[in-house]
Design a protein around this ligand. Structure first.
Ligand code: HEM
Length: 467
């Protein structure tokens, strides 16, 4: 394996020193370990594939358990000898949704695990890249889920009404996986809309499933880990106090305001000759008004970088993320083209996109419900469309990442990123993740049943992997 090494004779400029600090160019113990592990993984995998092939000849049907899946569609109307054609579509659509929910949870769980293992240190670059790829996959799944409503909308309200009564009290309200996704992403309890005084989880009939949903509500969510990761990133790049970046932004706002003030005074607007006399404002007055407007904007912008004012927003419930994490998002958004901040920026954009796709799903579902049952109550007992619209308005999870856009200054008003911060960022980036990553790669070889390498299948080490 080719290991990274920098020829010190060639690296003479300051730039090169900045790009390849010593600790990144040395061949470390970790690098050697990684090379050795790579070779061992490859040989063990080859043995496992041979073993699997010798055991049995797998076929498509058995591998996918198609007999089970394809015999799981039992229209209720058929049981009463009045089979309604569209009920098959209704069942298959719901089952497909649940399968995609399962895959979504698989991705979200792996991301949570990754952040959980490294919750006290800044996530290594490779792990961050894997998390970004998996959030990208969740976005694509959610897009499929949104578009899948097109198929269901080929059913007419009459067609639905013909079998709706057979559904009794069955409702999407009872989807355990949907609630798990919400909780694991970070929907807060106080964002829930209750009706008839019944908490959301009590609509799920099985007590064990209710318990699972409640556990997910109490466990640290993705939003929680993202906040922690953002705080660490700010600490590592801007010393160990948040005030540095906030101060950097406040200084930039003051500088931009001074430039604007100068421009307003030195280059007053031309008299608006196209306006009637009654509407014309004397030049001095126009300048005065423009300066007053600028001052208002300056103060409002500065206020966003005041930790006390942020605390007020948290108390009012208009923000969920800490001041430090918010500063980190502004930092990443502002300097996202820096090599070291590109993956963090992708991750942030992906989380915003996930939130938007979930909202789109809620929107499409709510519109569909209006079309299918008008203002009737749902089979789960809510007031249907009105309930779903109330949920839609209250259920954004990563909205604070969008709020950060309000804090930004135009690029041309921003000074360059201080060299010291660039250096810190580079130093904080670990190109190779630590040994837990190894187990992630092993996880596709059969887990605890894997005969090849018992030392790698101990429970505690597998539970540390990304999967
Ligand atoms: C004709 C099609 C559909 C109708 C009329 C319908 C109706 C409703 C109604 C009225 C509710 C509110 C709860 C209640 O009182 O029952 C609801 C909730 C829900 N439905 Fe549907 N639904 C349809 C299709 C779907 C599909 C295809 C899915 C996919 C899994 C789905 C998943 C859900 C979920 C997860 C909830 C809970 C939403 C929340 O509380 O935030 N629904 N549905």
């Amino acid at each position: 394996m080719q290991l990274p090494r920098v020829n010190s004779d060639e690296e003479t400029s300051d730039d090169a020193d900045t790009l390849y600090p010593d600790e990144m160019s040395e061949v470390t113990e970790d690098d050697l370990q990684e090379a050795e592990n790579g070779a061992r993984r490859s040989s063990e995998r080859a043995v496992n594939v041979r073993l699997a092939a010798s055991k049995r000849l797998l076929n498509y049907n058995d591998y996918l358990k198609l007999d089970q899946i394809l015999s799981a569609q039992e229209p209720e109307s058929k049981k009463f000898d009045v089979e309604i054609h569209d009920e098959m579509l209704f069942i298959i659509i719901h089952q497909t949704y649940e399968l995609w929910f399962k895959q979504t949870l698989h991705e979200v769980d792996s991301i949570l695990k990754c952040f959980q293992i490294k919750s006290d240190v800044l996530l290594p670059e490779n792990d961050l890249a894997i998390c970004s790829q998996r959030t990208e996959r969740v976005i694509q799944i959610l897009k499929v889920l949104v578009n899948q409503f097109d198929v269901l909308e080929t059913m007419s309200p009459q067609g639905f009404g013909d079998f709706r009564d057979f559904l009794s009290s069955a409702s999407g309200f009872q989807s355990k996986q949907f609630r798990l996704i919400e909780n694991k992403l970070g929907l807060a309890t106080d964002q829930r809309i209750t009706h008839s005084g019944c908490p959301y989880f009590q609509h799920i009939p099985q007590v064990e499933q209710q318990q699972e949903v409640l556990e997910a509500e109490q466990a640290p969510s993705l939003l929680h880990y993202i906040q922690k990761w953002l705080e660490l990133l700010l600490d590592e790049s801007w010393s160990d106090s948040t005030s540095d970046f906030a101060q950097f932004m406040r200084d930039s706002i003051e500088r931009a305001a001074a430039h604007d003030r100068h421009a307003i005074s030195e280059y007053p607007f031309p008299i608006a000759s196209h306006l009637p006399n009654s509407k014309r404002v004397p030049r001095e007055k126009a300048v005065e008004e423009a300066l007053a407007e600028l001052e208002k904007k300056r103060l409002a912008h500065l206020r966003l970088f005041d930790p006390g004012a942020h605390h007020e927003l948290l108390k009012q419930g208009s923000r969920r993320m800490s001041f430090k994490a918010t500063m980190a998002v502004v930092f990443i958004q502002t300097f996202g083209t820096e090599l070291t901040l590109q993956t963090p920026l992708v991750l942030i954009n992906n989380l915003i996109a996930i939130d938007e796709q979930v909202s789109r799903w809620r929107q499409r579902h709510s519109t569909l419900v209006m079309r299918m049952i008008g203002s009737k109550s749902g089979t789960g007992g809510s007031n249907g469309h009105a309930y779903l619209n109330a949920v839609l308005a209250k259920s954004r999870i990563f909205l604070d990442l969008c709020h950060a856009s309000h804090y930004l200054l135009p690029s041309h008003s921003m000074p360059a990123l201080p060299a010291e911060v660039k250096r810190r960022l580079l130093r904080s980036k670990r190109p190779f993740a630590t040994s837990e990553r190894e187990f992630d790669r092993y996880s596709d070889c059969g887990g605890t049943d894997c005969p090849g390498h018992p030392e790698l299948t101990r429970r505690e080490t597998r539970s540390n992997s990304l999967h």
